[in-house]
Design a protein around this ligand. Structure first.
Ligand SMILES: C[S@@+](CC[C@H](N)C(=O)[O-])C[C@H]1O[C@@H](n2cnc3c(N)ncnc32)[C@H](O)[C@@H]1O
Length: 257
């Protein structure tokens, strides 16, 4: 209940303070609005896949590390409805990858791979690394990527706490990160610090669910103030973090989307 009230309050505040593109003076943020939020890349193949998953009565049992390691048996249709990224935000990820052209992409929280497919389809020359705690969900995600004939995804299985560092060492430099699992303040900040060591000036880190709970919003506020962070863009559901020291002023934007 506390989290729901927090989301309602935050959303009302966002509706009052968020800016439309006509109020933007920063060329970088205006470009972001035009190419990432309003980009027109094709998402029909992934949405057709989602449509078929929403009709699937197939059951799977899995351990949800995002929910205290509880074991669940759920229909694929229910998982798709409850956990997969919505098309509006998937398209934002695809547009962002198509616009900024990262070569290495890391996703924390594969689930059934809908967000992963969006990231991978943004630039098929990029290598996407995606981590999921549940082996069963990761297998479904791999089947989904195969259905779309997507070849640039590396599926990793394990608890972020245990495998993130070794995967980052393998990637060496990470250009784009989507953090979408384990929505706890302490864990979110710890993953961010770990990831920062493998970022470069042009890297982008995206956090999902920044208003999910008070603690996620506290984490987001700390990230905005971080000394290495230059510019942030909050679109309510997601927060984008940029580091480009030479090009950008230290500013935080909230954009109406
Ligand atoms: C919201 S879903 C991810 C949705 C997906 N990114 C998308 O865009 O469709 C979060 C996923 O993170 C996984 N997860 C949560 N905490 C984790 C942890 N500590 N280690 C590994 N996976 C975790 C859960 O199993 C769940 O599948």
């Amino acid at each position: 209940m506390k989290d729901i009230l927090h989301r309602i309050k935050s959303y009302c505040k966002y509706l009052v303070t968020a800016k439309t593109k006509y109020y933007l003076h920063s060329p970088f943020v205006f470009e972001f609005y035009t190419h990432v939020l309003e980009g027109k890349n094709d998402i029909s193949a992934i949405e057709n896949l989602r449509y078929s998953l929403l009709k699937s009565n197939h059951n799977i049992s899995f351990v949800d590390l995002g929910n205290e390691g509880k074991k669940y048996t759920r229909k694929i249709s229910t998982i798709t409805k409850k956990s997969a990224i919505a098309s509006k935000y998937g398209k934002v990820l695809l547009n962002a990858v198509a616009h900024f052209k990262p070569k290495t992409i890391l996703e924390l929280g594969t689930n059934i791979g809908i967000g992963t497919c969006y990231l991978a389809n943004g630039n098929n020359g990029a290598q996407v690394f995606t981590i999921e705690g549940s082996k069963e969900l990761s297998q479904i995600a791999q089947q989904n990527a195969n259905k779309l004939e997507i070849k640039n995804i590396n599926f990793e299985v394990g608890n972020f706490d245990a495998v993130l560092l070794s995967i980052l060492k393998k990637i060496e430099q990470v250009d784009f990160v989507f953090i979408d699992g384990n929505h706890k303040k302490e864990a979110t900040l710890r993953y961010f610090e770990e990831i920062l060591n493998f970022c470069n000036e042009c890297s982008i880190v995206v956090f999902d669910d920044i208003y999910w709970s008070e603690e996620m919003t506290e984490a987001w506020e700390i990230i905005k103030q971080h000394e290495q962070v230059k510019l942030t863009i909050d679109i309510y559901r997601m927060g984008f973090v940029f580091f480009q020291k030479s090009k950008l002023k230290k500013e935080n934007f909230q954009l109406f989307f």
